[in-house]
Design a binder for this molecule. Structure first.
Ligand SMILES: Nc1ncnc2c1ncn2[C@@H]1O[C@H](COP(=O)(O)OP(=O)(O)OP(=O)(O)O)[C@@H](O)[C@H]1O
Ligand SMILES: [Mg+2]
Length: 251
């Protein structure tokens, strides 16, 4: 059986600089894979290529075995959530979510129904007529997630979605994301700078440096059983992973 998402032999150069250098990995249906790595190592570029906002120099992206490398972003069954929310400032919460559906040629009534349900699911019912400037960072990010979910993507890419939030909101959103993933069973590729977040949320963690995948393994193995020197240093340097986060892997 083919993997949900597979990236093969991906190369990308910007201004003669190798940004992605032979990237190969897959994600299975319903899997949550996080991507960690130093700033500038190519994480955002990788997501942009996967969803089709950027073109690779070489390599392929397949979804359920279908080569989507030449497909436009809207044809890839994917959604993306950015760090800065990217909401329309002149539209209310409801309009922001509805807009994606109307653009995708859904009928007005259906668009309204789907949007209302998602807004409720994201605990935003009391903000439905508010504008983005009237929302907190956490609320704005929940609108962005609702908008992405509206189009029922089979794969969701997240680019540091919680980085702009304060610590307590980040922790709250982390558990919401986990619940969401458990109920939707969507396939997720999740870029973060927060190693603890990666460990808490993921089935597998990918560690990149300078356009190369240094390791892709379970959180437990990434933290405890790495032979790769870069990964070991990176994990050690960045955090002490709380024992509770790792408990779920020990049995
Ligand atoms: N459109 C572009 N034109 C030229 N260079 C680019 C472009 N986009 C990205 N780069 C370069 O590619 C490299 C990787 O950038 P990318 O944004 O993918 O890194 P990142 O891993 O997401 O970093 P961060 O953790 O800071 O978000 C950087 O050196 C960046 O300057
Ligand atoms: Mg980035």
């Amino acid at each position: 059986m083919s993997h949900k998402l597979e990236v093969k032999k991906l190369y990308k150069t910007f201004d003669d600089k190798k940004i992605l250098n032979n990237i190969n990995f897959y994600i299975d249906q319903g899997e949550f894979v996080s991507v960690l790595g130093p700033s500038g190592c190519g994480k955002t570029t990788l997501l942009r290529i996967i969803i089709g906002l950027e073109k690779a120099d070489e390599g392929t992206v397949t979804v359920d075995g279908t080569d989507v490398t030449s497909f436009s972003p809207s044809k890839r069954k994917m959604g993306i959530v950015f760090q800065n929310y990217a909401l329309f400032e002149n539209m209310t919460v409801l309009r922001n979510v509805e807009y994606a559906l109307l653009c995708a040629k859904k009928g007005k009534k259906q668009a309204r129904e789907i949007s209302m349900a998602l807004i409720e699911q994201m605990h935003l019912s009391d903000k439905i007529n508010k504008y983005p400037s009237e929302l907190s960072g956490g609320q704005a990010q929940r609108v962005a997630i609702a908008r992405t979910l509206a189009l029922s993507p089979e794969i969701i890419l997240f680019d540091e979605p919680l980085s702009a939030l304060d610590v307590s909101t980040r922790l709250e959103m982390r558990s919401e994301l986990k619940e969401l993933q458990a109920s939707l069973k969507t396939t997720i590729l999740y870029v973060t700078h927060d190693q603890e977040e990666a460990v808490a949320l993921s089935d597998r963690v990918m560690v990149m440096s300078e356009g190369v995948i240094r390791a892709i393994d379970t959180p437990y193995n990434i933290v405890n059983c790495q032979t790769d020197e870069f990964v070991n240093e990176f994990v050690k340097k960045n955090i002490q992973i709380k024992a509770e986060s790792l408990k779920r892997f020990i049995n």
